[in-house]
Design a protein around this ligand. Sequence first.
Ligand code: ZN
Length: 458
Amino acid sequence: MNLIDDLRAMLGADGVLDADEVAGRQAGIWRADRLMARALARPRSTAEVAAVLRYCHAHRQPVVTHGGLTGLVHGADTTADQLILSLERMRTIERVDPVQRVAHAQAGATLQAVQEAAEAHGLSFPLDLGGRGSATIGGNASTNAGGNRVIRYGMTRDMVLGLEAVLADGTVVSSLNALIKNNAGYDLKQLFIGTEGTLGIITRLVLRLREKPTTTNMAFAAFDSFDRIPAFLKHMDRRLGGTLSAFEVMWRSFYLLVTTPPAKGKPPVGQNHPYYVLVESQGSDRELDTRRFNAAMETALEEGLIADAAIAQSDADCHDFWSLRDDVGQIMVQGTPAIFDISLPIAEMERYTRDLDAAMTAAIGAHHLYIFGHLGDGNLHLAVPTPPADHAALRPKIEEAVYRGLAAFRGSVSAEHGIGLEKKPWLSISRSPEEIALMRTIKAALDPQGLLNPGKVF
Ligand code: ZN
């Protein structure tokens, strides 16, 4: 077997990069290190993906699928003996059907391209996250990406109606359902959504689109006690008639970080409260939506649910509010961060984070713990910057503190980033031995040689 020559015979000369060319590429858009692999294949179609996998299956060649390389858990890492299958030449958005409200796309299309294609028809593909310009829709599906509007539209899983995938032996399973309701047997697409490329390679998708909201109302609210936050969430959700579209929390340490120089952000409300929430509603009638949103905020203030609030008066204000939430880069200024995306019941959050702070002090001494995230989904992001030289030594201690505390109530070690390599040692905190055994059974049935994304997840 001569891998490069054989693949070039299938994909053309420019369809394959050799090991040296692979080493010229960055390992990820947030990463400084280089890619490594035996070769990188760039198929243009499902048929070419199938040909590559049939060949790899016959020669027991391990394969790791690459999308936009925006992942955060080393889910697409490779070793020198593996083949990278990149979907970078499968970026076509094949069709938008405004009546059925679906889009058909190849898996290598970027999230942003899908969003823009939907918007051209007055529709919206509501998945949204920071890596939108690089992240691919196939990668979003294979990791079941979350993001800022899960509270209204769900995870990627809830936006995929059908898909086409190639199995480890090269079999193409075309399950391009475009119906919202279809209970005809097993929902096979779920085998490939959120399974991080370990069961098959997604090549095409049918995506559910929504009517595009045309108005946005936002506020930044401050809280003096944590128990007011879930009460405020329920209050707003009840009052907003289904238009609540984001509910993002910031602990004071994060709020101070992003509203104090060198950060460019200005504080919309005073900096002395322990908790802050950014709340957003999206609708379709500016006057009506604004009246309803402002009335809901007013009663929240009257009822003592919030200590203080600033209501966005313009699109520029909305943009500024989101910029504060998105200014996660300030954490990098402090050092090399350990970043986490955990899920837990809202009622456990205050106690958990207080215990975590204490556990971290015991484990690593003085530290900064930044907490923010999608509180409406029960999902918090934690970030602990460390001196770069000490990061490798401190990281396991920080992980231990973060994950051990979740075990008591089976919180999730990954709300939305996935397991990859990074969280593999901690999977058993969130999944029972029986669940992990069933995952292994499914893996063995679909990929008996263990060729697809080897070593990831479990
Ligand atoms: Zn997030």
